[in-house]
Design a protein. Sequence first.
Length: 270
Amino acid sequence: MNAITLRGATIHYDDFGPATGLPVLLIHGHPFNRTLWAPQARALTEAGYRVITPDLRGYGRSSVTPGQVFLSDFADDLAALLDHLGIERAVVGGVSMGGQITMEFHRRHPQRVHALVLSDTSAPAETDEGKEFRNRLAERLLTEGMGYAGEVIDKMLAAYNVDAMPDVAERVLSMMCATDPRGAAAALRGRAERPDYRDTLPAVREPVLILVGADDVYTPVADAEAIHRLVPQAALAVIEKAGHLPGTEQPERFNTALLDFLSTQVTAHA
């Protein structure tokens, strides 16, 4: 693990694989950390890719910025991290909030993007009801801590996988409970103010892979299909027997789709 102070925050990150490999930057969702991508990091490095997995500010071992952190803050942090690593362009991918940060990264730094990977995410701006929910949850986390994780584990994972995959459920719960409530609350407040990415997705000209768990209740298949219709060069992969975190629930299926996309749509045309 490595650490760098940039833009007023200390960001911890892993940098796996050969320095000469095609860089793949993977962005975790809320309220997780970089280890969410461990199955993908292993598969990608074995295939010769360079994989960068950061802890976003406020998550994992990275420092906390209390108050409000916008998706644009996360995106600019990641651009600064790529600068530090000497990486001009990368495949950029994320899950859930990480997928929205990926879309924000492309909106702000399109010249840095080689391809996009969007997993279990949605493009529209937050609704008024959603803003109220996220701000209310932020206050709750600051008051009560991250104990709410147990209430939502059967939505983070497909409910049937909570029982069928106890080790996976425990790993996900542990990540959630270890998150600093101040960092989680700041991100919730910022995410509530996100822009509508349906305005910018049609302009994407890079290859795009959209993945979604077949039984995702947070961002269902319909959300992925909506993104797919907007993006000119997009592939859609529905991961069976998975919920909101298919890369964790069904890593082999997820990795097969990801590696196929990279080899046929990205590396072959690099």
